[in-house]
Write a protein that binds this ligand. Structure first.
Ligand SMILES: Nc1ncnc2c1ncn2[C@@H]1O[C@H](COP(=O)(O)OP(=O)(O)OP(=O)(O)O)[C@@H](O)[C@H]1O
Ligand SMILES: [Mg+2]
Length: 337
């Protein structure tokens, strides 16, 4: 049953192949998307939900944008059949704005390629300030929705919507949040994320990937010309810091250390490595971090937790529910678990 206050949104969404729902945190965006999905499904449309919230994820684990297809009445958006996900690598879009927008675009493209007639994009609550406006406008500009629904108590969406008020597209519908909407504090949000990730990783196994065949996309390591042991020793002595691995890439030198190298030390390494920028990576930052694993078609097949990185030969140990044979590319994100 759809709330009568939502009828204008439902009528507009019935006519809109692509709808984006925006609004501040806890406004009821996910609740509205679920109700719209059910109502559109009841009207006979094929319906997809793109969950573009990388923190309070309902389709796919946190750090991803998920795409679900509605195949029955949903109690919860997570009841949709998950048909694809795209790894972002952060649980806050602020940590990877570009990645969040790209992943959302990919999932909408995927939904359209599947012939889904009505696609609803549920977004996270980051809408305030320069960052929120940039993020929401980038999504709208990339996706070109037919309809934007703003769920807000006051004028929280107006800075985002300003450039779109002048034209005929997208159509804009504004709704007030339900008095029943409940807010969640940072601790509840953290617990939700951790529980969702724990559920995702239940039944995972530790696997070791050979990075001579599997590509490590980010950080882009083991792709350049390795520096020899003598050079590493010279560099380590110059900065008083052990260096595990270094390689010349196209225009810079990548350095891997156990613990974080200061920016100053990295700068001092530049002439030793023949000039150019030195990009430093620390195993301390990479171990325990969530990684996205892609199949050979470039689709995110799932997540892994980085457990260790080997040098000779280059290898990556992951804890993951994904079968090792399907993994072609790995991207290490920014969020630890
Ligand atoms: N119309 C409603 N009727 C009853 N409960 C609601 C309604 N809207 C929201 N709620 C409740 O309020 C809480 C927040 O709603 P919801 O998760 O939909 O908000 P959101 O805008 O998606 O939040 P976030 O920004 O975290 O994604 C939930 O517990 C939800 O059940
Ligand atoms: Mg939500």
């Amino acid at each position: 049953m759809i709330d009568s206050a939502w009828t204008p949104a439902l009528d507009a969404a019935s006519a809109a192949p692509l709808t984006v729902v925006i609004g501040p945190g806890d406004a009821g965006k996910t609740t509205l998307v679920t109700a719209l999905a059910n109502a559109l499904f009841d009207r006979g449309f094929s319906v997809g939900i793109v969950d573009a919230d990388v923190g309070q994820s309902v389709l796919g684990p946190p750090t991803t944008v998920g795409l679900g297809r509605v195949t029955r009445a949903l109690q919860h958006p997570g009841d949709a059949d998950l048909i694809a996900m795209a790894f972002v690598g952060a649980t806050s879009p602020a940590a990877n704005l570009t990645g969040t927008v790209v992943a959302t675009g990919r999932m909408v493209t995927r939904a359209r390629a599947q012939g889904i007639a009505r696609v609803l994009v549920d977004t996270g609550g980051l809408i305030a300030g320069d960052l929120g406006r940039t993020l929401k406008q980038a999504k709208i500009d990339l996706l070109g929705p037919d309809l934007v629904i703003c769920l807000a108590r006051g004028g929280e969406c107006e800075a985002v919507l300003r450039p779109y008020r002048v034209g005929a597209r997208p159509r804009i519908v504004r709704l007030a949040p339900s008095p029943a909407a409940r807010s969640r504090n940072a601790e509840m949000r953290r617990r939700y994320r951790d529980e969702a990730l724990a559920r995702y990783f239940a039944g995972s196994q530790r696997i070791v990937l050979d990075l001579r065949s599997v590509v490590l996309k980010r950080p882009a390591l083991f792709a350049g010309e390795p520096l020899n042991a003598a050079k590493l020793a010279e560099a380590a002595a110059a900065v008083g810091h052990d260096i595990t691995w270094a390689e010349r890439r196209d225009s810079d030198t990548a350095v891997l250390t156990e613990t974080t190298l200061t920016a100053n030390a990295a700068h001092r390494l530049s002439p030793i490595f023949g000039g150019g920028p030195v990009v430093a990576y620390a195993l301390d930052d990479l171990i325990g971090t969530l990684a996205g694993v892609d199949d050979a078609a470039g689709e995110t097949a799932g997540l892994g937790i980085v457990r260790s990185i080997g040098i000779d030969p280059p290898s990556l140990e992951l804890e993951t529910p994904v079968a090792p044979a399907t993994i072609a590319v790995v991207t290490i994100g920014r969020a630890k678990f």
